[in-house]
Design a protein around this ligand. Sequence first.
Ligand code: ATP
Ligand code: MG
Length: 351
Amino acid sequence: MIILRNISKAYHAQAKSIEALRDINLHVAPGEIFGIIGKSGAGKSTLIRCVNLLEKPTQGQVIVHGEELTALPLADLRKARRKIGMIFQYFNLLSTRTVYDNIAFPLELAGLKKSARAAIIDPLLELTGLSDKKNAFPAQLSGGQKQRVAIARALAPQPHVLLCDEATSALDPETTHSILQLLKNIRDRMNVTILLITHEMSVIKACCDRVGILEQGHLIEDNEVGEFFAYPKTEIAKNFIFSSLPQTLPPAISQYLLPTATSDTHPVLRLRFLPDTATQPIISQLINQFGLGINILQGNVEYVKKHAMGVMLVAVSGEKNALHSGMQHLKNIGVDAEVIGHVPNDIIPFT
Ligand SMILES: Nc1ncnc2c1ncn2[C@@H]1O[C@H](COP(=O)(O)OP(=O)(O)OP(=O)(O)O)[C@@H](O)[C@H]1O
Ligand SMILES: [Mg+2]
């Protein structure tokens, strides 16, 4: 369990003060996977480093597994930190040690005997799928395997909490998927509380129970993942949600897209819909109620838990007033509708 109360952090650099975190309140329940998403510079790494006090907050309280870390003397803080695992984007393995010895490292520091270390490390090699790599050196491993070693090493001291700073950002999509599956598996089997930060919505979708958005040091959203996708509170949240869906036209069409209408063009609309509107028959409404012709150029609908959401690009034919009314209707029912350009008749014919 992680609780942050009124956490602020200011950096002082070259006579300037940078407010990296501003009055953050966060509650991560035991066994929960909480994802924080935000743009570069939003304060994500600062936030995660404040949890184990690698970065000392300017103000506020950090409570992990019932213990207020911000109130501990240094010796006790060191002890508490052993129960907080951390993994990073670039793995941070010791290149002169084998896989086994990398995982053993924190246990050696804690003074465990060889046999006690083995009793912990062997099951972790199994869990992370590294049993046949235990004598390999990091240079002989793929990125995904290196991250598995880093995860096993972080879990060796049997932490209550695992912090992941962009742990999959250096990995390809397939390897990312397998690492996220591993994190879920770890949570299910060991009941570890996981706080992860990412700039990719797909990571949140794949493995988080809750999500927060960090924007210029403010936590502007904090919600259960399904609710977050169904009812984003801010434009920034919406943009993050749709960022994982393709929403540009294929080059075969986009190369002909014009910024302004002429007598020989049709407007192209981008329709973005969230779960509460995704089930409405919006295309047939545009055709039947507003007399518009619709040519679907691209469409993506995805499901997060039981919620559908999507982006559709359509060329539209019809009277200007009908188009205006149709777009107004879409807005009224909560569909984002935007004209992104105009396509010539001979590229997308309607007859
Ligand atoms: N040690 C430091 N000294 C001064 N300013 C810092 C320091 N570390 C971070 N900052 C500043 O604090 C802000 C937040 O940085 P942080 O690294 O937490 O962002 P981030 O969300 O992790 O970004 P990224 O996605 O690029 O990793 C930025 O404006 C950054 O320049
Ligand atoms: Mg960062």
